[in-house]
Ligand binder design. Structure first.
Ligand code: TXA
Ligand code: MG
Length: 326
């Protein structure tokens, strides 16, 4: 997109936001569905457009650290160091909320999620708007997050007033969420900023929320999921499992980190074997396979190393049955 056409889009987006409309915009993680965070009616529209339950809090997107004090109070000392190290970037901080934050944004909790996104178009939009945008990922509730403007359109269509196209997202998975509201820092969602990066700045590893730990509202076990049933299969069992399912005559799609052997007839997508490149490509690949309406998507499990933590988290959610596991 040329500079002047982007400027026009941003100008139009700002007008829509000021009158309480919804604008989807690119961030470095995934596309967000934004509304004026100070306008409860506008924020309510986000929930309606996504089909999202009202008790799931939204992340408030800012463009400058100076805005934090308008949204949060009792700032722990780590905030400055984390902001300096990782903002703008894929880190969301959960902090005690300021009084004036609308309840609809926080799901009536006493905390608020804040992030300064790293995408130049997101920053340009936020600065031109001059305020804060409440924005979840721009997908229908529980679906795969969109990493392109086309994917936003497929998810939300007419429910959004404008989609600002910033090309494919660089990180491809949602931000890391770090809770600083309750004493010890706790990781609520792994993402673009790694545990090791956080540890370096915090001086100690954050607590990790395991599957058995209390969940952040909105981090359901089944999330980020394709409509086609998806199953996770260990690397060493992949070929045997695919062959067996193929022999049963099932229509299959496979997502793996290696090329398809010759005897396999299933639709097979090969993703990169490096974690960051894999993360960048994952959601578009899941979308592509989901559109084939196969009976099953078979996904090769990711390596059990720290580089793959965020990918493993999303793959395990994408392959959790939608019903019966919560
Ligand atoms: O990368 C991202 O974070 C993207 C882009 C658009 O910024 N946004 C995103 O938003 O993934 P969403 O709404 O799809 O996921 C936000 C997560 C939810 O799981 C929600 O529960 C959690 O953040 N969250 C937001 N506010 C919270 C709070 N006050 N306490 C605990 N969790 C919170
Ligand atoms: Mg989401």
């Amino acid at each position: 997109m040329s500079d002047s056409s982007l400027d026009k889009q941003i100008q139009k987006a700002v007008e829509i936001l000021h009158r309480g409309g919804l604008v989807a915009f690119p961030t470095e993680t995934v596309y967000g569905l934004g509304a004026d965070a100070k306008n409860p009616e506008a924020v309510r529209r986000i929930f309606a457009a996504k089909g999202r339950p009202a008790d799931h809090p939204l992340i408030v997107h800012l463009f400058a650290v100076e805005q934090v004090k308008d949204w949060a109070k009792e700032l722990p000392e780590q905030v400055n160091d984390l902001a300096e190290a990782f903002w703008p970037g894929p880190l969301t901080l959960i902090l005690k909320r300021a009084e004036q934050v609308p309840d609809i944004v926080t799901g009536s909790q006493d905390t608020v999620g804040l992030r300064i996104p790293g995408h130049p178009v997101a920053l340009k939009l936020l600065k031109a708007f001059g305020g804060a945008l409440a924005a979840p990922s721009a997908n229908r509730f529980g679906h795969i997050s969109p990493t392109t403007a086309e994917a936003v359109c497929a998810e939300l269509g007419d429910a959004v007033d404008l989609i600002v196209d910033g090309g494919p997202c660089e990180v491809g998975l949602e931000s890391t969420i770090l809770d600083l509201s309750s004493g010890e820092p706790r990781l609520l969602r792994p993402g673009g900023i790694s545990v090791e990066q956080l540890t370096e700045v915090l001086g100690a590893s954050p607590l990790l929320s395991g599957r058995d730990a209390p969940r952040a509202p909105g981090t359901l076990a089944s999330h980020y999921a394709p409509c086609t049933p998806a199953v996770l299969v260990a690397e060493e069992n992949l070929l045997a499992f695919v062959s067996q399912q193929q022999a049963l005559g099932r229509r299959l799609a496979v997502l793996a980190r290696r090329a398809a052997p010759e005897n396999i007839t299933a639709k097979w997508l090969k993703l990169p074997s490096e974690a960051r490149a894999y993360a960048r490509a994952l959601y578009a690949a899941l979308r592509e396979l989901d559109a084939l309406s196969c009976e099953q998507i078979i996904i090769e499990a990711a390596p059990a190393t720290k580089e793959w933590l965020a990918v493993r988290d999303r793959l395990s959610r994408a392959t959790t049955p939608r019903f019966g596991s919560e």
